[in-house]
Design a protein around this ligand. Structure first.
Ligand code: MG
Length: 445
């Protein structure tokens, strides 16, 4: 990372390749900026990537030099670190690259309420970094590193306190869980056993190379989980991404349930009349149908979990989430939370006394086909072309461009971090959404 005054924090913290972008020197300097900015005890945790010790030790060293103490809470899912910050009212740092390939790592800051740090505060840290405006403690005031192993227990109890544990235990579920070699290897199995589930775990060995499967919880990476679920021996299958802020599910027949359907299921069963749900423009119309029926309001935002969380707080919404398996339950905490999502789905199954496939069939059916293509043209040209080809479609420019006719819509947005365009095509049937997606791809390329 250079010192030329440029932005360091992206949409999800600082990401880069260790010893290329994330050198020990850079990480220590960022630690100094973070310590200077917060000026009070900071919690630090990580996922289980190979470079974590190097990065974490450098960040800690930088923080301690500013006279600030560090609570090292070790390897945990991202939402467990956030929950620790929220409950202890202290800021935090997480060393993680979420679902990115193993060569990447990252540094993310958390505010005292457990939410991802606001952009304006990140800018202050960047300013301190670029100006070398670090606090330097005298030798007798250098910070102390305190090891604290209470965070996992705090997190699991927090999730359990939000669901009907007895009702779930009575179901005596047989569950298959895929940790994908990631940071959830301890917490989610522990949560499931306390919920009385008999458990088969896959890839529950932490492995920074992610040898068993890629970290993104999509069907092509979950073939073994789906295959085993098809045996009919399990009530459901569960998988997280690397840092376990997201969860996806497989039903008792081995059918993959996408994150969009899980979000709808959550809203359908947890929403109360007069409440608000916050979700980006990329999730399906099912949420709108459910809220209309229940007398609730849907607030649509730009894509990105921190934006959804922030809007939930501002607009006093208890429920929110994204279409990629990231559910945000404000009664628990205002961030995406994989283990909480698991608790919610089991809670719904227990309350309804039904199988997962039966509950899913009650969600309004829509399909979204997604595609990523290289960005060759200026986005304004792409927009002009789309407007010309769909002249009578309703236009929404909350994020990229969203064109709508009834329940058919097309969302085209440039990625904030890579030279790519993301296409989302939504329709009542899978065939129609696939066709719309193909059409958009032809127009854009
Ligand atoms: Mg993640």
């Amino acid at each position: 990372m250079s010192d030329d005054g440029k932005r360091l924090f992206g949409t999800n913290g600082i990401r880069g390749i260790p010893n290329e972008d994330l050198t020990p020197e850079f990480c220590m300097k960022i630690g100094k900026a973070i310590g200077t900015f917060f000026g009070k005890t900071i919690a630090i945790g990580s996922d289980n990537r190979l470079s974590n010790s190097m990065i974490m030790d450098s960040v800690i060293s930088g923080i301690l030099s500013t006279g600030v103490d560090v609570k090292n809470i070790s390897i945990l899912p991202t939402p467990a670190v956030q929950y620790y910050c929220k409950r202890n009212h202290i800021p935090g740092v997480i060393i993680t690259a979420s679902h990115n390939p193993p060569r990447f790592n990252g540094i993310k800051c958390i505010d005292e309420d457990g939410t991802e740090l606001e952009r304006t505060k990140e800018e202050k840290i960047e300013h301190i970094y670029h100006k070398n405006a670090f606090k330097v403690a005298s030798w007798e005031h250098i910070g102390k590193e305190i090891l604290d192993n209470s965070a996992a227990e705090l997190y699991i109890s927090g999730v359990l306190s939000k669901i009907d544990v007895e009702a779930i235990r009575k179901m005596k579920l047989r569950v298959i869980f895929d940790a994908g070699n990631g940071a959830s290897y301890r917490t989610t199995p522990e949560l499931l056993s306390r919920l009385g589930a008999s458990l088969v775990t896959l890839n529950a060995n932490p492995d920074g190379l992610f040898t068993s499967r890629e970290s993104e919880p999509k069907p092509s990476n979950l073939k073994y989980l789906i295959e085993l679920a098809k045996s009919g021996e399990f009530a459901l299958g569960i998988a997280h991404d690397g840092d376990a802020d997201r969860a996806v599910f497989v039903d008792e027949n081995g059918n993959f349930i996408d994150g969009d359907t899980t979000l709808s299921l959550f809203v359908q069963n947890y929403i109360r009349e007069g409440e608000r749900v916050v979700t980006p423009v990329s999730s399906s119309d099912a949420v709108d149908d459910i809220c209309k029926e229940r007398g609730a309001e849907v607030i649509r935002t730009r894509v990105g979990a921190p934006i959804v969380s922030r809007t939930m707080i501002e607009r006093k919404a208890r429920l929110g989430g994204e279409e990629n398996g990231g559910i945000i339950y404000g009664d628990h905490q205002y961030c995406r939370d994989g283990a909480m999502t698991v608790g919610i789905i089991l809670d719904i199954m227990a309350k309804k006394g039904k199988k997962l496939s039966e509950i899913i069939s009650e969600v309004p059916e829509y399909h979204i086909t997604r595609k990523t293509i290289p960005r060759k043209n200026d986005f304004n040209n792409i927009k002009a072309k789309l407007l010309k080809i769909f002249p009578d479609w309703n236009v929404d420019e909350t994020d990229g461009i969203k064109l709508r006719k009834d329940h058919d819509w097309l969302l085209v947005r440039p990625s904030g971090t890579e030279p790519i365009i993301r296409i989302f095509a939504h329709s009542k049937s899978l065939g129609a959404s696939q066709q719309l997606c193909e059409e958009a791809e032809k127009i854009i390329s």
